[in-house]
Design a protein around this ligand. Structure first.
Ligand code: GAR
Length: 190
């Protein structure tokens, strides 16, 4: 059984969707959720789903040793960033080489980088008059939103769309594709 840990900073709707996708699977399961914010709704979702969770401070996370220890103690094979806003430190990347994926709510390399998360991204898409947006699922490296891209899916952005409309379309793509793409990536690992 492959064990997945999810790192999240906010609502955690993707975390819940991924956990439910793997519920009942004999291949993989979400067994641990880490939040960097004690008020993140993802912690409530974890409780409801019966998944162990932990909160780490930003400095603990950036220092990485305790987080790596938490993951290793639980035999975590694979780490998913689902709405996680901190830059992942090298020590954690080195502990899970090629085994940490992120989802970005736009078509990278457009609208990536520090500060580009959640609604900020959708507002930028509307401000730039883009005619399409979408999702990017990528391996992470030491820079925000720069690692190898595994998968992208697109949705149209209409001239009349608000950033909320774009967010709704992008979330729909995330729910449709993210768990399945994680499943595919897991099957490529030894
Ligand atoms: C998602 O749309 C995810 O793509 C985005 O945050 C949202 C979290 O929603 N991630 C980023 O912007 C990372 N740069 P959720 O907490 O409901 O899953």
């Amino acid at each position: 059984m492959k064990k997945i840990a999810i790192l999240a900073s906010g609502s955690g709707s993707n975390a819940e969707n991924i956990a439910k996708y793997f519920e009942g699977s004999d291949y993989a399961q979400v067994s641990f959720i880490i939040a960097n914010n004690p008020n993140a709704f993802v912690l409530e979702r974890a409780k409801r789903l019966g998944i162990e969770s932990a909160v780490v401070t930003k400095s603990e996370f950036m220092q990485a040793d305790s987080v790596v220890a938490m993951l290793k103690e639980r035999d975590i094979d694979f780490v998913v960033l689902a709405g996680f806003l901190l830059l992942v430190p090298s020590k954690l990347i080195q502990a899970y080489p090629g085994r940490i994926v992120n989802i970005h709510p736009a078509l990278l390399p457009k609208h990536g980088g520090k500060g580009m998360y959640g609604d900020n991204v959708h507002k930028a898409v509307v401000r730039c008059g883009d005619t399409e947006s979408g999702i990017t699922i990528h391996l992470i490296d030491e820079q925000y939103d720069k690692g190898t891209i595994f998968f992208q899916a697109k949705c149209p952005v209409l001239p009349t769309d608000t950033y909320e409309d774009v967010a709704t379309k992008v979330h729909a793509l995330e729910y449709e594709h993210f768990p399945r793409v994680i499943d595919e990536i897991l099957h490529t690992l030894d």
